[in-house]
Design a protein around this ligand. Structure first.
Ligand code: MSK
Length: 630
Protein backbone atom coordinates (compact mmCIF):
# COMPACT_ATOMS: atom_id res chain seq x y z
CA UNK A 1 0.00 0.00 0.00
CA UNK A 2 1.42 3.42 -0.93
CA UNK A 3 2.33 5.82 1.83
CA UNK A 4 -0.58 8.02 2.93
CA UNK A 5 -0.20 11.75 2.36
CA UNK A 6 -2.81 14.45 2.10
CA UNK A 7 -3.00 16.39 -1.17
CA UNK A 8 -2.44 20.05 -0.37
CA UNK A 9 -4.33 23.07 -1.62
CA UNK A 10 -1.05 24.24 -3.20
CA UNK A 11 -1.01 21.03 -5.24
CA UNK A 12 -4.64 21.63 -6.30
CA UNK A 13 -3.68 25.14 -7.35
CA UNK A 14 -0.64 24.00 -9.33
CA UNK A 15 -2.82 21.52 -11.22
CA UNK A 16 -5.36 24.23 -11.97
CA UNK A 17 -2.63 26.61 -13.17
CA UNK A 18 -1.43 23.96 -15.62
CA UNK A 19 -4.98 23.50 -16.93
CA UNK A 20 -5.44 27.24 -17.31
CA UNK A 21 -2.36 27.26 -19.56
CA UNK A 22 -4.24 24.95 -21.90
CA UNK A 23 -7.23 27.26 -21.59
CA UNK A 24 -5.09 30.26 -22.57
CA UNK A 25 -3.87 28.40 -25.68
CA UNK A 26 -7.42 27.96 -26.96
CA UNK A 27 -8.67 31.38 -25.84
CA UNK A 28 -10.86 30.05 -23.03
CA UNK A 29 -12.42 32.28 -20.41
CA UNK A 30 -12.29 31.16 -16.77
CA UNK A 31 -13.89 32.02 -13.44
CA UNK A 32 -10.48 33.21 -12.23
CA UNK A 33 -10.48 35.89 -14.95
CA UNK A 34 -14.11 36.82 -14.41
CA UNK A 35 -13.54 37.31 -10.67
CA UNK A 36 -10.89 39.91 -11.51
CA UNK A 37 -13.32 41.73 -13.79
CA UNK A 38 -16.03 41.72 -11.12
CA UNK A 39 -13.86 42.95 -8.25
CA UNK A 40 -14.46 45.08 -6.24
CA UNK A 41 -18.06 44.01 -5.82
CA UNK A 42 -20.93 46.47 -5.46
CA UNK A 43 -21.00 47.63 -1.85
CA UNK A 44 -24.77 48.24 -1.87
CA UNK A 45 -25.32 44.68 -3.01
CA UNK A 46 -22.88 43.24 -0.50
CA UNK A 47 -24.61 44.95 2.38
CA UNK A 48 -28.08 44.10 1.07
CA UNK A 49 -29.20 47.77 1.03
CA UNK A 50 -30.36 48.00 -2.58
CA UNK A 51 -34.11 47.57 -3.15
CA UNK A 52 -35.46 46.82 -6.62
CA UNK A 53 -38.77 45.21 -5.87
CA UNK A 54 -40.81 47.98 -7.47
CA UNK A 55 -40.16 50.27 -10.40
CA UNK A 56 -39.97 53.53 -8.41
CA UNK A 57 -36.36 52.62 -7.67
CA UNK A 58 -33.94 51.01 -7.53
CA UNK A 59 -33.43 52.65 -4.13
CA UNK A 60 -30.10 52.46 -2.42
CA UNK A 61 -29.74 53.39 1.21
CA UNK A 62 -26.99 55.81 2.15
CA UNK A 63 -26.45 58.32 4.97
CA UNK A 64 -27.90 60.99 2.73
CA UNK A 65 -30.83 58.85 1.63
CA UNK A 66 -31.85 56.77 4.68
CA UNK A 67 -35.19 55.67 3.22
CA UNK A 68 -36.42 54.32 -0.10
CA UNK A 69 -39.07 56.22 -2.06
CA UNK A 70 -41.86 54.26 -0.31
CA UNK A 71 -40.28 55.17 3.03
CA UNK A 72 -38.88 51.74 3.80
CA UNK A 73 -35.79 51.96 5.97
CA UNK A 74 -32.60 49.94 5.64
CA UNK A 75 -33.78 47.24 8.06
CA UNK A 76 -36.87 46.52 6.00
CA UNK A 77 -34.88 46.44 2.76
CA UNK A 78 -32.17 44.13 4.11
CA UNK A 79 -34.79 41.89 5.77
CA UNK A 80 -36.76 41.60 2.54
CA UNK A 81 -33.64 40.78 0.56
CA UNK A 82 -32.65 38.14 3.09
CA UNK A 83 -36.09 36.53 2.92
CA UNK A 84 -36.11 36.55 -0.89
CA UNK A 85 -32.66 34.98 -0.93
CA UNK A 86 -33.93 32.22 1.37
CA UNK A 87 -37.05 31.68 -0.71
CA UNK A 88 -34.87 31.14 -3.80
CA UNK A 89 -32.91 28.45 -2.02
CA UNK A 90 -35.91 26.78 -0.45
CA UNK A 91 -37.78 26.70 -3.77
CA UNK A 92 -34.76 25.19 -5.52
CA UNK A 93 -34.19 22.35 -3.05
CA UNK A 94 -37.87 21.68 -2.73
CA UNK A 95 -38.46 21.57 -6.48
CA UNK A 96 -35.64 19.01 -6.66
CA UNK A 97 -37.56 17.04 -4.01
CA UNK A 98 -40.73 17.37 -6.08
CA UNK A 99 -38.97 15.94 -9.15
CA UNK A 100 -37.89 12.96 -7.07
CA UNK A 101 -41.51 12.46 -5.94
CA UNK A 102 -42.52 12.40 -9.61
CA UNK A 103 -39.77 9.88 -10.36
CA UNK A 104 -41.07 7.71 -7.52
CA UNK A 105 -44.51 7.98 -9.07
CA UNK A 106 -43.04 6.65 -12.34
CA UNK A 107 -41.68 3.42 -10.80
CA UNK A 108 -42.95 0.21 -12.40
CA UNK A 109 -41.95 -3.43 -12.19
CA UNK A 110 -39.33 -3.77 -14.96
CA UNK A 111 -39.59 -0.04 -15.79
CA UNK A 112 -36.90 2.63 -16.10
CA UNK A 113 -37.16 3.21 -12.36
CA UNK A 114 -37.81 0.58 -9.75
CA UNK A 115 -38.00 0.55 -5.95
CA UNK A 116 -34.54 -0.43 -4.67
CA UNK A 117 -35.26 -0.04 -0.96
CA UNK A 118 -38.77 -1.41 -0.37
CA UNK A 119 -38.19 -1.62 3.40
CA UNK A 120 -37.56 2.13 3.57
CA UNK A 121 -40.63 2.81 1.46
CA UNK A 122 -42.76 0.76 3.86
CA UNK A 123 -41.29 2.55 6.88
CA UNK A 124 -42.13 5.96 5.42
CA UNK A 125 -45.64 4.77 4.49
CA UNK A 126 -46.22 3.57 8.06
CA UNK A 127 -44.82 6.81 9.44
CA UNK A 128 -47.32 8.70 7.29
CA UNK A 129 -50.24 6.47 8.28
CA UNK A 130 -50.55 4.80 4.87
CA UNK A 131 -51.74 1.17 4.97
CA UNK A 132 -49.01 -1.18 3.73
CA UNK A 133 -50.52 -4.60 4.44
CA UNK A 134 -51.08 -6.72 1.35
CA UNK A 135 -50.29 -3.85 -1.00
CA UNK A 136 -48.25 -4.23 -4.18
CA UNK A 137 -44.96 -2.37 -3.67
CA UNK A 138 -45.56 -0.20 -6.73
CA UNK A 139 -49.08 0.71 -5.69
CA UNK A 140 -47.57 1.72 -2.37
CA UNK A 141 -44.81 3.73 -4.10
CA UNK A 142 -47.41 5.64 -6.09
CA UNK A 143 -49.51 6.34 -3.01
CA UNK A 144 -46.50 7.57 -1.03
CA UNK A 145 -45.31 9.69 -3.98
CA UNK A 146 -48.72 11.29 -4.35
CA UNK A 147 -48.93 11.97 -0.62
CA UNK A 148 -45.47 13.54 -0.83
CA UNK A 149 -46.54 15.73 -3.73
CA UNK A 150 -49.52 16.94 -1.71
CA UNK A 151 -47.09 18.22 0.95
CA UNK A 152 -46.26 20.99 -1.51
CA UNK A 153 -49.74 22.48 -1.63
CA UNK A 154 -51.77 21.06 1.25
CA UNK A 155 -54.34 23.62 2.36
CA UNK A 156 -54.09 22.84 6.07
CA UNK A 157 -51.62 21.45 8.58
CA UNK A 158 -47.85 21.25 8.74
CA UNK A 159 -45.12 19.18 7.08
CA UNK A 160 -45.41 15.48 7.89
CA UNK A 161 -41.70 14.96 8.54
CA UNK A 162 -41.51 17.55 11.34
CA UNK A 163 -42.86 14.84 13.65
CA UNK A 164 -39.38 13.30 13.40
CA UNK A 165 -37.94 16.17 15.43
CA UNK A 166 -37.80 15.90 19.24
CA UNK A 167 -40.90 17.21 21.02
CA UNK A 168 -38.95 20.15 22.45
CA UNK A 169 -37.94 21.28 18.95
CA UNK A 170 -41.49 20.90 17.67
CA UNK A 171 -42.75 22.98 20.59
CA UNK A 172 -40.29 25.75 19.75
CA UNK A 173 -41.44 25.80 16.15
CA UNK A 174 -45.07 26.00 17.26
CA UNK A 175 -44.39 28.67 19.89
CA UNK A 176 -42.43 30.81 17.46
CA UNK A 177 -44.99 30.32 14.68
CA UNK A 178 -42.42 28.93 12.29
CA UNK A 179 -43.81 25.41 11.85
CA UNK A 180 -43.52 24.80 8.11
CA UNK A 181 -46.87 24.41 6.39
CA UNK A 182 -47.24 23.54 2.68
CA UNK A 183 -43.82 23.92 1.04
CA UNK A 184 -45.04 26.06 -1.84
CA UNK A 185 -47.01 28.20 0.61
CA UNK A 186 -43.89 29.17 2.55
CA UNK A 187 -42.08 30.22 -0.65
CA UNK A 188 -45.13 31.98 -1.95
CA UNK A 189 -45.74 33.78 1.32
CA UNK A 190 -42.10 34.89 1.36
CA UNK A 191 -42.62 36.55 -2.03
CA UNK A 192 -45.91 38.05 -0.88
CA UNK A 193 -44.42 39.44 2.32
CA UNK A 194 -41.60 41.07 0.38
CA UNK A 195 -43.80 42.61 -2.30
CA UNK A 196 -43.95 46.40 -2.32
CA UNK A 197 -46.16 47.61 0.47
CA UNK A 198 -46.11 44.44 2.61
CA UNK A 199 -43.71 43.58 5.45
CA UNK A 200 -40.85 45.87 6.39
CA UNK A 201 -40.42 44.76 9.99
CA UNK A 202 -37.15 42.80 10.31
CA UNK A 203 -38.50 40.35 12.93
CA UNK A 204 -41.39 39.32 10.68
CA UNK A 205 -39.16 38.92 7.63
CA UNK A 206 -36.50 36.89 9.42
CA UNK A 207 -39.15 34.72 11.09
CA UNK A 208 -40.58 33.84 7.68
CA UNK A 209 -37.04 33.16 6.43
CA UNK A 210 -36.71 30.53 9.17
CA UNK A 211 -40.08 29.02 8.32
CA UNK A 212 -39.27 28.95 4.62
CA UNK A 213 -35.94 27.27 5.41
CA UNK A 214 -37.69 24.68 7.59
CA UNK A 215 -40.08 23.83 4.76
CA UNK A 216 -36.95 23.00 2.75
CA UNK A 217 -34.95 21.00 5.31
CA UNK A 218 -37.85 19.16 6.93
CA UNK A 219 -39.99 19.13 3.79
CA UNK A 220 -38.68 19.27 0.21
CA UNK A 221 -35.08 18.28 0.92
CA UNK A 222 -36.07 15.49 3.28
CA UNK A 223 -38.40 14.04 0.66
CA UNK A 224 -35.62 14.42 -1.92
CA UNK A 225 -33.28 12.39 0.27
CA UNK A 226 -35.71 9.76 1.49
CA UNK A 227 -37.29 9.02 -1.86
CA UNK A 228 -33.91 8.99 -3.64
CA UNK A 229 -32.96 6.25 -1.17
CA UNK A 230 -36.17 4.36 -1.94
CA UNK A 231 -35.49 4.66 -5.66
CA UNK A 232 -31.75 4.13 -5.86
CA UNK A 233 -30.86 2.47 -2.56
CA UNK A 234 -29.96 3.79 0.88
CA UNK A 235 -26.21 4.51 0.84
CA UNK A 236 -23.84 2.08 2.51
CA UNK A 237 -20.09 2.37 3.00
CA UNK A 238 -18.33 2.24 -0.31
CA UNK A 239 -14.83 2.88 -1.61
CA UNK A 240 -14.21 5.39 -4.36
CA UNK A 241 -11.72 8.01 -5.52
CA UNK A 242 -11.65 11.77 -5.88
CA UNK A 243 -9.97 14.54 -7.85
CA UNK A 244 -9.36 15.12 -11.55
CA UNK A 245 -7.05 12.11 -11.81
CA UNK A 246 -10.14 9.87 -11.80
CA UNK A 247 -10.70 10.79 -15.46
CA UNK A 248 -8.99 8.26 -17.73
CA UNK A 249 -7.14 9.31 -20.86
CA UNK A 250 -7.75 6.12 -22.82
CA UNK A 251 -11.49 6.04 -22.03
CA UNK A 252 -14.52 8.00 -23.12
CA UNK A 253 -15.03 10.42 -20.23
CA UNK A 254 -18.55 11.44 -19.30
CA UNK A 255 -18.85 13.90 -16.43
CA UNK A 256 -22.22 14.24 -14.68
CA UNK A 257 -22.91 17.52 -12.92
CA UNK A 258 -25.81 19.09 -11.05
CA UNK A 259 -28.07 17.60 -8.38
CA UNK A 260 -30.86 15.29 -9.47
CA UNK A 261 -29.85 11.59 -9.37
CA UNK A 262 -32.69 10.55 -11.70
CA UNK A 263 -30.54 11.41 -14.72
CA UNK A 264 -27.10 10.38 -13.48
CA UNK A 265 -28.32 7.00 -12.22
CA UNK A 266 -29.60 6.25 -15.72
CA UNK A 267 -26.35 7.43 -17.34
CA UNK A 268 -24.40 5.10 -15.04
CA UNK A 269 -26.70 2.20 -15.99
CA UNK A 270 -26.14 2.74 -19.70
CA UNK A 271 -22.39 3.29 -19.36
CA UNK A 272 -22.25 -0.31 -18.10
CA UNK A 273 -24.33 -1.62 -21.00
CA UNK A 274 -22.21 -4.10 -23.06
CA UNK A 275 -23.59 -2.53 -26.24
CA UNK A 276 -22.24 0.88 -25.20
CA UNK A 277 -18.90 -0.52 -24.07
CA UNK A 278 -18.53 -2.29 -27.43
CA UNK A 279 -19.36 0.98 -29.18
CA UNK A 280 -16.69 2.78 -27.13
CA UNK A 281 -14.13 0.16 -28.14
CA UNK A 282 -15.14 0.50 -31.77
CA UNK A 283 -14.15 4.18 -31.71
CA UNK A 284 -10.72 3.40 -30.24
CA UNK A 285 -11.37 3.90 -26.51
CA UNK A 286 -10.69 1.23 -23.91
CA UNK A 287 -13.97 1.82 -22.12
CA UNK A 288 -16.21 4.44 -20.53
CA UNK A 289 -15.43 6.40 -17.38
CA UNK A 290 -18.18 8.23 -15.57
CA UNK A 291 -17.13 10.76 -12.97
CA UNK A 292 -18.95 13.62 -11.34
CA UNK A 293 -18.94 17.22 -10.23
CA UNK A 294 -21.00 18.84 -7.44
CA UNK A 295 -23.94 17.06 -5.85
CA UNK A 296 -24.92 14.80 -8.73
CA UNK A 297 -21.47 13.42 -8.17
CA UNK A 298 -22.17 12.97 -4.47
CA UNK A 299 -25.38 11.10 -5.25
CA UNK A 300 -23.73 8.52 -7.52
CA UNK A 301 -20.60 8.28 -5.37
CA UNK A 302 -22.71 7.48 -2.30
CA UNK A 303 -24.70 4.72 -4.00
CA UNK A 304 -22.44 3.39 -6.75
CA UNK A 305 -18.92 4.44 -5.81
CA UNK A 306 -18.67 6.56 -8.99
CA UNK A 307 -15.53 8.70 -8.59
CA UNK A 308 -15.73 12.44 -7.87
CA UNK A 309 -13.78 14.52 -10.40
CA UNK A 310 -14.22 17.69 -8.42
CA UNK A 311 -16.44 20.21 -6.72
CA UNK A 312 -18.07 23.50 -7.67
CA UNK A 313 -15.03 25.55 -8.68
CA UNK A 314 -13.50 22.63 -10.57
CA UNK A 315 -16.35 22.33 -13.06
CA UNK A 316 -14.40 24.22 -15.71
CA UNK A 317 -11.30 22.14 -14.98
CA UNK A 318 -12.90 18.94 -16.23
CA UNK A 319 -13.36 20.54 -19.65
CA UNK A 320 -9.85 22.04 -19.54
CA UNK A 321 -8.39 18.49 -19.36
CA UNK A 322 -9.24 18.22 -23.06
CA UNK A 323 -10.34 14.64 -22.29
CA UNK A 324 -13.98 15.23 -21.48
CA UNK A 325 -16.25 13.91 -24.21
CA UNK A 326 -19.41 15.18 -22.53
CA UNK A 327 -20.35 17.15 -19.47
CA UNK A 328 -23.96 16.23 -18.80
CA UNK A 329 -25.88 18.49 -16.48
CA UNK A 330 -29.25 18.47 -14.78
CA UNK A 331 -30.01 21.35 -12.40
CA UNK A 332 -28.30 23.84 -10.06
CA UNK A 333 -24.73 25.12 -9.63
CA UNK A 334 -23.93 24.78 -13.33
CA UNK A 335 -21.85 27.61 -14.78
CA UNK A 336 -23.32 28.99 -18.02
CA UNK A 337 -19.63 29.45 -18.82
CA UNK A 338 -19.50 25.74 -19.69
CA UNK A 339 -21.20 26.55 -23.02
CA UNK A 340 -18.53 28.81 -24.52
CA UNK A 341 -15.74 26.89 -22.74
CA UNK A 342 -16.81 23.58 -24.29
CA UNK A 343 -16.70 25.21 -27.72
CA UNK A 344 -12.93 25.75 -27.22
CA UNK A 345 -12.58 21.98 -26.94
CA UNK A 346 -14.36 18.98 -28.46
CA UNK A 347 -16.53 18.61 -25.34
CA UNK A 348 -20.30 18.33 -25.69
CA UNK A 349 -22.08 20.40 -23.06
CA UNK A 350 -25.37 18.54 -22.71
CA UNK A 351 -28.21 20.21 -20.83
CA UNK A 352 -31.18 18.01 -20.01
CA UNK A 353 -33.68 19.89 -17.88
CA UNK A 354 -36.21 22.56 -18.84
CA UNK A 355 -35.25 24.12 -15.48
CA UNK A 356 -31.62 24.70 -16.52
CA UNK A 357 -31.45 25.66 -20.19
CA UNK A 358 -28.28 27.37 -21.36
CA UNK A 359 -26.93 28.88 -24.56
CA UNK A 360 -24.29 26.96 -26.51
CA UNK A 361 -25.40 23.62 -25.12
CA UNK A 362 -26.90 20.53 -26.77
CA UNK A 363 -30.30 20.11 -25.16
CA UNK A 364 -31.37 16.48 -24.82
CA UNK A 365 -34.55 16.69 -22.82
CA UNK A 366 -34.62 14.14 -20.05
CA UNK A 367 -37.84 12.93 -18.56
CA UNK A 368 -38.64 10.08 -16.24
CA UNK A 369 -41.04 8.56 -18.80
CA UNK A 370 -38.32 8.23 -21.47
CA UNK A 371 -35.29 8.11 -19.17
CA UNK A 372 -33.75 4.97 -20.70
CA UNK A 373 -33.84 6.27 -24.27
CA UNK A 374 -32.56 9.71 -23.19
CA UNK A 375 -29.65 8.26 -21.24
CA UNK A 376 -28.70 5.93 -24.06
CA UNK A 377 -28.66 8.80 -26.53
CA UNK A 378 -26.47 10.87 -24.19
CA UNK A 379 -23.96 8.05 -23.67
CA UNK A 380 -23.89 7.36 -27.42
CA UNK A 381 -23.35 11.05 -28.19
CA UNK A 382 -20.37 11.13 -25.84
CA UNK A 383 -18.85 7.98 -27.32
CA UNK A 384 -19.18 9.26 -30.87
CA UNK A 385 -17.42 12.44 -29.79
CA UNK A 386 -14.27 10.57 -28.70
CA UNK A 387 -12.80 10.78 -32.22
CA UNK A 388 -12.98 14.59 -32.10
CA UNK A 389 -10.47 14.90 -29.25
CA UNK A 390 -7.38 16.97 -29.92
CA UNK A 391 -4.59 14.88 -28.35
CA UNK A 392 -2.39 17.96 -28.09
CA UNK A 393 -4.80 19.51 -25.62
CA UNK A 394 -5.17 16.46 -23.40
CA UNK A 395 -3.75 16.74 -19.90
CA UNK A 396 -5.32 15.04 -16.90
CA UNK A 397 -3.60 16.02 -13.63
CA UNK A 398 -2.17 12.91 -12.00
CA UNK A 399 -3.91 13.60 -8.76
CA UNK A 400 -6.47 11.53 -6.88
CA UNK A 401 -7.16 10.15 -3.43
CA UNK A 402 -8.95 7.11 -2.09
CA UNK A 403 -12.20 7.88 -0.25
CA UNK A 404 -14.76 5.93 1.76
CA UNK A 405 -18.25 7.32 1.31
CA UNK A 406 -21.88 6.25 1.79
CA UNK A 407 -22.53 7.24 5.41
CA UNK A 408 -26.27 7.69 5.39
CA UNK A 409 -27.89 7.99 8.82
CA UNK A 410 -28.69 4.27 8.64
CA UNK A 411 -25.09 3.40 7.75
CA UNK A 412 -23.66 5.51 10.57
CA UNK A 413 -25.81 3.61 13.05
CA UNK A 414 -24.80 0.37 11.41
CA UNK A 415 -21.10 1.21 11.73
CA UNK A 416 -21.38 2.40 15.31
CA UNK A 417 -24.03 0.10 16.75
CA UNK A 418 -23.40 -2.89 14.53
CA UNK A 419 -27.03 -3.24 13.50
CA UNK A 420 -28.97 -2.24 10.46
CA UNK A 421 -31.10 0.55 11.77
CA UNK A 422 -34.02 2.65 11.02
CA UNK A 423 -35.08 5.25 13.51
CA UNK A 424 -38.66 4.19 12.94
CA UNK A 425 -38.01 0.56 13.91
CA UNK A 426 -35.55 1.65 16.59
CA UNK A 427 -33.42 -1.42 15.95
CA UNK A 428 -30.29 0.57 16.70
CA UNK A 429 -29.47 3.78 18.52
CA UNK A 430 -27.03 6.62 18.51
CA UNK A 431 -25.98 5.73 22.07
CA UNK A 432 -22.46 4.51 21.11
CA UNK A 433 -21.89 7.99 19.68
CA UNK A 434 -23.47 9.71 22.68
CA UNK A 435 -21.32 7.64 25.05
CA UNK A 436 -18.15 8.64 23.17
CA UNK A 437 -19.19 12.29 23.52
CA UNK A 438 -20.12 11.93 27.21
CA UNK A 439 -16.81 10.27 28.05
CA UNK A 440 -14.89 12.94 26.16
CA UNK A 441 -13.33 10.46 23.73
CA UNK A 442 -15.05 12.63 21.15
CA UNK A 443 -15.39 16.30 22.09
CA UNK A 444 -18.29 16.76 19.68
CA UNK A 445 -19.17 17.00 16.00
CA UNK A 446 -19.23 19.56 13.22
CA UNK A 447 -21.63 19.30 10.30
CA UNK A 448 -19.63 20.94 7.52
CA UNK A 449 -21.45 21.68 4.29
CA UNK A 450 -21.64 24.02 1.36
CA UNK A 451 -19.92 25.28 -1.67
CA UNK A 452 -16.74 26.95 -2.87
CA UNK A 453 -16.68 30.71 -3.20
CA UNK A 454 -13.85 32.67 -4.86
CA UNK A 455 -14.06 35.07 -1.89
CA UNK A 456 -12.33 32.34 0.10
CA UNK A 457 -9.28 30.46 -1.17
CA UNK A 458 -11.10 27.49 -2.79
CA UNK A 459 -11.16 24.34 -0.66
CA UNK A 460 -8.62 25.77 1.80
CA UNK A 461 -11.22 26.69 4.40
CA UNK A 462 -12.91 23.28 4.26
CA UNK A 463 -9.67 21.35 4.44
CA UNK A 464 -7.86 23.46 7.05
CA UNK A 465 -10.90 23.51 9.32
CA UNK A 466 -11.36 19.75 9.02
CA UNK A 467 -7.71 19.13 9.85
CA UNK A 468 -7.93 21.36 12.88
CA UNK A 469 -11.17 19.82 14.13
CA UNK A 470 -10.16 16.17 13.79
CA UNK A 471 -6.87 16.94 15.56
CA UNK A 472 -9.06 18.18 18.41
CA UNK A 473 -11.18 14.99 18.55
CA UNK A 474 -14.13 16.55 16.77
CA UNK A 475 -15.73 14.20 14.23
CA UNK A 476 -16.93 15.65 10.93
CA UNK A 477 -20.13 14.86 9.07
CA UNK A 478 -20.06 16.52 5.68
CA UNK A 479 -22.03 16.95 2.48
CA UNK A 480 -22.06 18.84 -0.80
CA UNK A 481 -18.88 20.41 -2.13
CA UNK A 482 -17.38 20.38 1.35
CA UNK A 483 -17.43 16.57 1.16
CA UNK A 484 -15.64 16.66 -2.17
CA UNK A 485 -12.96 18.99 -0.82
CA UNK A 486 -12.35 16.46 1.96
CA UNK A 487 -12.25 13.53 -0.45
CA UNK A 488 -9.85 15.27 -2.84
CA UNK A 489 -7.49 16.06 0.01
CA UNK A 490 -7.54 12.49 1.34
CA UNK A 491 -9.52 13.14 4.52
CA UNK A 492 -12.00 10.38 3.65
CA UNK A 493 -9.23 7.81 3.47
CA UNK A 494 -9.39 5.68 6.62
CA UNK A 495 -5.67 6.31 7.07
CA UNK A 496 -6.53 9.94 7.83
CA UNK A 497 -7.09 8.66 11.39
CA UNK A 498 -3.38 9.38 11.84
CA UNK A 499 -4.21 13.10 11.73
CA UNK A 500 -6.75 12.80 14.54
CA UNK A 501 -6.49 13.32 18.26
CA UNK A 502 -6.14 10.10 20.26
CA UNK A 503 -9.87 9.85 21.02
CA UNK A 504 -11.16 10.24 17.48
CA UNK A 505 -8.39 7.97 16.20
CA UNK A 506 -9.63 5.24 18.55
CA UNK A 507 -13.23 5.70 17.37
CA UNK A 508 -12.09 5.49 13.74
CA UNK A 509 -10.24 2.27 14.48
CA UNK A 510 -13.04 0.65 16.44
CA UNK A 511 -15.80 1.58 14.00
CA UNK A 512 -13.55 1.27 10.93
CA UNK A 513 -14.49 4.67 9.56
CA UNK A 514 -12.62 7.72 8.30
CA UNK A 515 -12.75 10.81 10.56
CA UNK A 516 -14.73 12.76 7.96
CA UNK A 517 -18.01 11.08 7.06
CA UNK A 518 -19.60 11.76 3.67
CA UNK A 519 -23.38 12.02 4.20
CA UNK A 520 -24.30 13.00 0.63
CA UNK A 521 -25.47 15.95 -1.39
CA UNK A 522 -26.96 19.33 -0.41
CA UNK A 523 -30.47 17.90 0.05
CA UNK A 524 -28.94 15.24 2.29
CA UNK A 525 -28.31 17.77 5.03
CA UNK A 526 -31.74 16.45 5.97
CA UNK A 527 -29.86 13.27 7.02
CA UNK A 528 -27.92 15.43 9.47
CA UNK A 529 -31.18 16.78 10.92
CA UNK A 530 -32.35 13.22 11.52
CA UNK A 531 -29.04 12.31 13.16
CA UNK A 532 -29.17 15.36 15.45
CA UNK A 533 -32.79 14.57 16.36
CA UNK A 534 -32.03 10.95 17.17
CA UNK A 535 -29.00 11.92 19.27
CA UNK A 536 -31.21 14.32 21.21
CA UNK A 537 -33.91 11.69 21.75
CA UNK A 538 -31.44 8.97 22.76
CA UNK A 539 -29.41 11.20 25.09
CA UNK A 540 -32.28 13.12 26.66
CA UNK A 541 -30.62 16.41 25.70
CA UNK A 542 -32.24 19.10 23.59
CA UNK A 543 -30.69 19.45 20.13
CA UNK A 544 -29.29 22.85 21.12
CA UNK A 545 -27.45 21.20 24.04
CA UNK A 546 -25.69 18.55 21.93
CA UNK A 547 -22.02 19.49 21.36
CA UNK A 548 -22.50 19.88 17.64
CA UNK A 549 -22.34 22.93 15.39
CA UNK A 550 -22.94 23.54 11.69
CA UNK A 551 -20.44 25.21 9.36
CA UNK A 552 -20.43 26.47 5.77
CA UNK A 553 -17.06 28.19 5.37
CA UNK A 554 -17.16 28.72 1.61
CA UNK A 555 -20.90 28.94 0.93
CA UNK A 556 -22.20 30.87 -2.10
CA UNK A 557 -25.74 29.86 -3.13
CA UNK A 558 -29.25 30.82 -2.09
CA UNK A 559 -29.72 27.19 -1.11
CA UNK A 560 -27.00 27.60 1.49
CA UNK A 561 -28.94 30.38 3.22
CA UNK A 562 -32.08 28.29 3.25
CA UNK A 563 -30.03 25.43 4.72
CA UNK A 564 -28.47 27.74 7.31
CA UNK A 565 -31.94 28.88 8.34
CA UNK A 566 -33.27 25.37 8.91
CA UNK A 567 -30.11 24.22 10.67
CA UNK A 568 -30.24 27.19 13.07
CA UNK A 569 -34.00 26.75 13.51
CA UNK A 570 -33.36 23.13 14.46
CA UNK A 571 -31.22 24.42 17.33
CA UNK A 572 -27.74 24.05 15.83
CA UNK A 573 -25.39 27.05 15.96
CA UNK A 574 -24.07 27.74 12.47
CA UNK A 575 -20.68 29.19 11.52
CA UNK A 576 -20.15 30.89 8.16
CA UNK A 577 -16.99 32.08 6.43
CA UNK A 578 -18.83 34.48 4.11
CA UNK A 579 -21.32 37.16 5.22
CA UNK A 580 -24.87 36.88 3.97
CA UNK A 581 -25.96 40.15 2.33
CA UNK A 582 -27.32 41.49 5.61
CA UNK A 583 -24.64 43.62 7.25
CA UNK A 584 -26.28 46.82 6.00
CA UNK A 585 -28.92 46.53 8.72
CA UNK A 586 -27.75 46.53 12.31
CA UNK A 587 -31.13 45.07 13.30
CA UNK A 588 -31.17 42.15 10.86
CA UNK A 589 -27.49 41.48 11.50
CA UNK A 590 -28.03 41.44 15.26
CA UNK A 591 -31.02 39.14 14.92
CA UNK A 592 -29.14 36.62 12.80
CA UNK A 593 -26.02 36.68 14.95
CA UNK A 594 -27.69 36.69 18.36
CA UNK A 595 -31.40 37.50 18.61
CA UNK A 596 -32.41 34.21 17.01
CA UNK A 597 -31.11 32.42 20.08
CA UNK A 598 -34.15 33.67 22.06
CA UNK A 599 -36.43 32.14 19.44
CA UNK A 600 -34.74 28.85 18.45
CA UNK A 601 -31.84 28.38 20.90
CA UNK A 602 -29.18 28.87 18.19
CA UNK A 603 -27.77 31.62 15.97
CA UNK A 604 -25.22 32.43 13.27
CA UNK A 605 -21.57 33.39 13.68
CA UNK A 606 -19.72 34.85 10.69
CA UNK A 607 -15.92 35.00 10.63
CA UNK A 608 -13.79 35.27 7.52
CA UNK A 609 -10.55 34.48 9.40
CA UNK A 610 -10.80 30.73 8.94
CA UNK A 611 -8.44 29.80 11.75
CA UNK A 612 -10.47 31.94 14.12
CA UNK A 613 -13.66 30.34 12.79
CA UNK A 614 -12.25 26.95 13.81
CA UNK A 615 -11.37 28.25 17.28
CA UNK A 616 -14.87 29.66 17.70
CA UNK A 617 -16.46 26.32 16.84
CA UNK A 618 -14.24 24.41 19.26
CA UNK A 619 -14.99 27.00 21.95
CA UNK A 620 -18.73 26.61 21.39
CA UNK A 621 -18.50 22.82 21.54
CA UNK A 622 -16.57 23.07 24.82
CA UNK A 623 -19.15 25.56 26.19
CA UNK A 624 -21.92 23.09 25.42
CA UNK A 625 -19.98 20.30 27.11
CA UNK A 626 -19.43 22.43 30.20
CA UNK A 627 -23.13 23.31 30.33
CA UNK A 628 -23.98 19.59 30.23
CA UNK A 629 -21.39 18.88 32.91
CA UNK A 630 -19.49 16.42 30.72
S1 MSK B 1 -23.34 21.55 -5.31
S2 MSK B 1 -25.07 24.39 -3.59
S3 MSK B 1 -21.94 24.45 -4.87
S4 MSK B 1 -22.49 22.59 -2.07
FE1 MSK B 1 -24.79 21.02 -4.13
FE2 MSK B 1 -21.84 22.46 -4.14
FE3 MSK B 1 -23.03 24.47 -2.99
FE4 MSK B 1 -23.86 23.67 -5.30
Amino acid sequence: MSEFKLTTVEEFEAATARLLETGAKVGADSWQLRVKNQTPHCKFGEEGVCCRICSMGPCRITKKAPRGICGCDVHGIVGRNFLRFTAGGSATHSDHGREICHTLYETREGGNYTVKDPAKLKRIAQEWGIETEGKDIYDLAHEVAETGLLEYGKPFGTQKFIKRAPEHTQEIWKREEIEPRAIDREVSQALHMTHMGCSSKPEALVRQALRCGLSDGWGGSMMGTEFSDVLFGTPKEMETEANLGVMEEENVNIVVHGHDPSLSEMICEYAEDPEMIALAKSVGAKGITISGVCCTSNEVAMRRGIPMAGNFLQQENVVLTGACEAIVVDVQCIFPALGPLSKCFHTKFITTSPVAQMPESDFIRFSSESAGENAKLIVKTAIENFKNRNPELVHIPDMKQKAFVGYSFEEIIHKLDGVTNSFVDKTGTTMPLVDCVKSGVLRGAVAMVGCNNPKIRPDAAHIELMKKLIANDVILIVSGCSAQAAAKAGLMDKRAKELCGAGLKRVCELADIPPVLHMGSCVDISRMMILASEIAKDSGWNISQVPVVGCAPEWMSEKAVSIGNYVVSTGIDTYLGVEPYATGSSEVDALLKGGLRDWVEAAYTVESDIDKLGDLMIERIEEKRAALGI
